[in-house]
Design a binder for this molecule. Structure first.
Ligand code: NDP
Length: 475
C-alpha cells in the first residue's frame, strides 16, 4: 500500500509524551529509523509503518536476522532432518521394512537455503506492504537523530537499535580453526567426527543434530550439568539421554588448544585427553552487536557485555534512541524481541507506554528428546514460596516407545506453591514437550492452581494428559 493511502493514526509524528523532537518545527526524513531487520526490528518497523509512521530499516545482510537465517528456523529444519534416523529405526517395531538409508547433507542444505530465501522474500514484502523503506548497508548512529548508511545521512525523530547478537568464542590456541553456529548452517559437507563446546541451548541442539545425522559427537562442557538455569531434574536427565544416544559427553572439561593434523584437528582437553575430530564447533554464548555502531560516540550508555542499556520502555539515556531484542541482553529469544517491538510501537505510535512482562516465558531446547519449560525451577520456587512447594513428577515410557523398543523415557514435573496452590513451574523432557508447554504457559500466565489442573479432564491417550493426572507428591 502506498504511504499516502494509509491512515495516519500513529502519533509519532505529532507531539506526544514520548515525542523526542528537539523543536516542533524540526522535520526529519523518518519518524523511526530501525537498525537491523531481525525479528524485533522488523516487527517494530512494520507495526509502526502500518500505523502510519514514516519508517526506514537498515540491514546489511539477509532479512530476518539470526532467527530466520542462522538460528531458530534453519536449526529446526536440521533437527527435523536428524530425527529421521530414529523414525526409520522405530518403524520396524510397527511392521515397516525400511530399505537402506543414506543421508545427503548437501541436498538438505540446498533445500534449507531455498526455504530461507523464501522467508527472506516474505520479510521483504512485509516491510514493503507497510510502507517501510529498506536501506541496504551497515548503519552508524552519528547523532541523536542522525544515521549514516554508506555515504548517505538520514535524519529520524527516533532511532531503534535492533542489531541482535553474535557468537563469541574464547581465545585459545588454535581458535582460528573454530566454527560457530554461523558457519555450521553452511558446512560444505557433514563432518564425520565433531567436537561441540558449550552446554547451553546451541551446543546441546547441535550435538543432537549432528549425532542424528550419523556423526560421532563429543560434547565438551565446563560445568557439572548441561543447560545452566534449567530445572536440575531436566539437566541431569538430558545428560543421561545424550550419553544413551551415543554422544561422548565430557563434563567439567574444556578444550585448551586445537591443532590442525592433516584434514582434521586434535583438540586437547583440560582433563588431559585429546580428541581427534574433523570439526570443532563452539557454542559458548552470544554478545550484543554494538561494536562500530557509533553509540558510545553519541553518548548511549552500554553495559559490561556491550549491551545497550535501556529503561522499561526500551529507551536509552539518549531520549531519541531506543533498543530491543538480543542487543539489550535481557532474554535472547525471538518471541521476546517480537513482544518488545510491539510494546515499543504502542509507546511511540499510540502514546500508550508499554513495558513487557518477563515472567513465565516458555522456552524449549530442541535437543533429542526436547526440553521445554515454563515458570520457576524447583530451586527458584523453593526460594520464593514462603510455605514451601509440592513437587509432582512422572517418568514413563511413551506409548510409541513400547512397540519401537526405544528405551527413552519421558519426564514431567509440576511445581506447586503450598500456600496458594498455584502452579509455579512446569517442566518436560520428551517428544512434543515444546508443543505441550506452549499451551500450559497460558495456564501459568492466568495463575492456574493445581486444583484447576486436576479438574481438567485428560485427553486420552496422550502424553499431555499426564499433567492433569499427577496426584502423588514427591516425598
Ligand atoms: P548459552 O548462554 O545458552 O550457553 C553458553 C554455554 O557455553 C554455556 O554452557 C556456558 O557455560 C558455556 N561457556 C560460556 N563461556 C565459555 C567459555 N569461555 N569456555 C567454555 N564454555 C563456555 O549460549 P548459546 O550460545 O548456546 O545460545 C545463546 C542464546 O541464544 C541462548 O542463551 C538463548 O537465549 C538463545 N537460543 C535459543 C534457542 C531456543 O530457543 N531453542 C536456541 C539457540 C539459542 P556455563 O553454563 O558454565 O556458563
Amino acid at each position: 500500500m502506498s504511504r499516502a493511502g494509509r491512515p495516519r493514526t500513529c502519533s509519532i509524528g505529532r507531539v506526544s509524551r514520548y515525542d523526542t523532537a528537539v523543536s516542533s518545527e524540526q522535520t526529519y526524513d523518518f519518524d523511526l529509523f530501525v537498525i537491523g531487520a531481525g525479528s524485533g526490528g522488523v516487527r517494530a518497523a512494520r507495526m509502526a509503518g502500518a500505523a502510519g509512521a514514516r519508517v526506514a530499516v537498515a540491514e546489511a545482510s539477509d532479512l530476518g536476522g539470526t532467527c530466520v537465517n542462522l538460528g531458530c528456523v534453519p536449526k529446526k529444519l536440521l533437527m527435523y532432518a536428524s530425527a529421521y534416523r530414529d523414525a526409520f529405526e522405530d518403524a520396524a517395531g510397527f511392521g515397516w521394512t525400511v530399505g537402506p538409508r543414506t543421508f545427503d547433507w548437501q541436498a538438505l542444505i540446498k533445500r534449507k537455503n531455498a526455504e530461507i530465501s523464501r522467508l527472506n522474500g516474505i520479510y521483504g514484502r512485509l516491510l514493503d506492504n507497510t510502507g517501510v523503506e529498506l536501506v541496504r548497508g551497515y548503519a552508524r548512529v552519528v547523532g541523536p537523530h542522525q544515521v549514516e548508511v554508506g555515504d548517505t545521512r538520514y535524519t529520524a525523530k527516533n532511532i531503534l537499535v535492533a542489531t541482535g547478537s553474535r557468537p563469541v568464542v574464547p581465545a585459545i590456541a588454535g581458535a582460528e580453526h573454530i566454527v560457530t553456529s554461523d558457519q555450521a548452517f553452511h558446512l560444505p559437507e557433514l563432518p564425520r567426527r565433531i567436537a561441540v563446546v558449550g552446554g547451553g541451548y546451541i551446543g546441546v541442539e547441535f550435538a543432537g543434530i549432528f549425532e542424528g545425522m550419523g556423526a560421532e559427537v563429543t560434547l565438551v562442557h565446563r560445568g557439572e550439568k548441561l543447560l545452566r538455569g534449567f530445572d536440575d531434574d531436566l539437566r541431569t536427565r538430558l545428560g543421561e539421554s545424550l550419553r544413551a544416544r551415543g554422544i561422548d559427553l565430557r563434563l567439567r572439561d574444556e578444550i585448551t588448544a586445537i591443532k590442525q593434523v592433516g584434514e582434521g584437528y586434535e583438540a586437547s582437553l583440560k582433563s588431559g585427553d585429546v580428541v581427534t575430530v574433523d570439526l570443532v564447533m563452539y557454542a559458548t554464548g552470544r554478545r550484543p552487536n554494538t561494536k562500530g555502531l557509533g553509540l558510545e560516540q553519541v553518548g548511549v550508555a552500554l553495559g559490561q557485555r556491550g549491551e545497550v542499556l535501556v529503561d522499561e520502555l526500551f529507551r536509552t539515556n539518549v531520549p531519541s534512541i531506543w533498543a530491543l531484542g538480543d542487543v539489550i541482553d535481557r532474554v535472547a529469544l525471538t518471541p521476546v524481541a517480537l513482544e518488545e517491538g510491539m510494546a515499543l510501537v504502542q509507546t511511540l505510535c499510540f502514546d500508550n507506554p508499554q513495558s513487557i512482562d518477563y515472567t513465565n516465558i516458555p522456552t524449549a531446547v530442541f535437543s533429542q528428546p526436547p526440553i521445554a519449560t515454563v515458570g520457576l525451577t524447583e530451586a527458584e520456587a523453593e526460594a520464593q514460596a514462603p510455605d514451601g512447594i509440592d513437587v509432582y513428577t512422572s517418568e514413563f515410557r511413551p506409548m510409541r516407545n513400547t512397540l519401537s523398543g526405544r528405551g527413552q523415557k519421558t519426564f514431567m514435573k509440576l511445581l506447586v506453591d503450598r500456600q496458594s496452590d498455584r502452579v509455579l513451574g512446569v517442566h518436560m523432557l520428551g517428544p512434543d514437550g515444546p508443543e505441550i508447554i506452549q499451551a500450559l504457559a497460558i495456564c501459568l500466565k492466568m495463575g492456574a492452581t493445581k486444583a484447576q489442573f486436576d479438574a481438567t479432564i485428560g485427553l486420552h491417550p496422550s502424553t499431555a494428559e499426564e499433567f492433569v493426572t499427577m496426584r502423588s507428591k514427591r516425598k
